[in-house]
Ligand binder design. Structure first.
Ligand SMILES: [Zn+2]
Ligand SMILES: [Zn+2]
Length: 329
């Protein structure tokens, strides 16, 4: 099922025509639980990986301040919760059995030791054909993202590996995909999701608007009741391209060591929409079942960074070989 972002509550270019040249497209990925294959775009799905290419390990140092969990245990925990919520009618008490509760308690008590070095975990695979705002190096048609699901300095978050490849080069696909045994937080394991990409229009984070326009928008917000930041500027959820948000740290410049300003590649994690529901797709608006859903529709990938934040990944426009940048907002 396609996912459709509802029309913005007001056409900002009709109110402030001078903002029109700042419009930029972004592709919302709209991940939803599913069973993606190696030739599909996905979050948390299998990667199209050549059998003769070694699987990456993380050799960076780790902060090791979290609660380590086995990936197997977390999948088991999610299956229990999904079954129990799936038989809980909306508005009624959580229908978990005593056996399931005991099993959750047992999983909670596990305290596995971190292993080193850490095998990287597949996080996302995006084919250019599916994501209009994705731009890759010449000849490449798929971007793969892996991460080490442990905290690294300076942001205390997973370390990423971005790999571009030409899918036609992969004839012999790695059958069994390696993964780490443990992770630092259970929110670093993506739920396998298929994608329903949709292109939307965004406008700059408000602090980056020209000063006079920002001031006029603030005055207009008071009289109109609309909110530029949450309703009109930057889309919710996982997305490629468009503008970056700076609502946690305040605006910062993302510069590459080569001197170029980096561009937003991808937003990882965070809820698909906020309490206002402004960015909730039309198809997700009403309850589709009398029972609860787990994972929640607004958090389909189960990925959370820090206390409910998202990771914003930036790349250098000069070269795909220059290191990526990250911000947590
Ligand atoms: Zn690591
Ligand atoms: Zn650079």
């Amino acid at each position: 099922m396609a996912r459709t972002t509802p029309p913005r509550p007001v056409d900002i270019t009709a109110v402030f025509p001078e903002i029109a040249p700042l419009a930029r497209t972004a592709t919302r990925l709209h991940p939803r639980p599913g069973t993606p294959g190696v030739r599909d775009s996905s979050i948390g799905g299998p990667l199209l990986w050549p059998s003769d290419e070694s699987w990456p390990l993380c050799e960076e140092s780790h902060e090791d301040g979290g609660d380590f969990t086995r990936l197997d245990a977390e999948r088991h925990r999610r299956r229990i919760l999904s079954a129990a919520w799936g038989r809980t009618p909306r508005g009624e008490q959580f229908a978990i059995t005593p056996e399931e509760r005991a099993e959750l308690d047992r999983l909670e008590e596990e305290d596995p030791d971190p292993d080193t070095p850490t095998t990287m975990l597949a996080v996302a695979q995006l084919f250019l054909r599916d994501v209009p705002d994705l731009v890759g190096p010449p000849g490449a048609d798929v971007m793969q993202i892996l991460w080490c699901p442990r905290d690294h300095a300076p942001l205390s978050c997973p370390a990423l590996l971005l790999r571009w490849r030409r899918s036609a080069d992969v004839t012999d696909v790695l059958a069994e995909q390696p993964e780490p045994e443990i992770m630092e937080y259970d929110t670093y394991l993506p739920e396998p999701c298929v994608l329903h990409p949709e292109q939307v229009v965004e406008y700059p984070y408000e602090d980056f608007l020209p000063g006079h326009l920002r001031e006029r928008i603030r005055i207009w917000e008071e009289s109109s009741g609309h909110r530029y930041f949450s309703e009109l500027s930057i889309a919710g959820g996982w997305k490629v391209g468009g503008y970056a948000s700076w609502n946690l740290s305040g605006p910062q410049q993302m510069a590459c060591d080569c001197g170029a300003d980096m561009e937003l590649l991808l937003k990882i994690g965070g809820g698909e929409w906020d309490r206002t529901g402004s960015w909730r797709p039309l198809e997700d608006a009403g309850p589709q079942s009398e029972f609860h859903e787990y994972p929640n529709r607004w958090d389909p990938t189960a990925i959370t960074i820090g206390r409910g934040y998202a990771l914003w990944v930036f790349t250098c426009p000069v070269s795909f070989d220059h290191p990526y940048g990250m911000s947590m907002q």
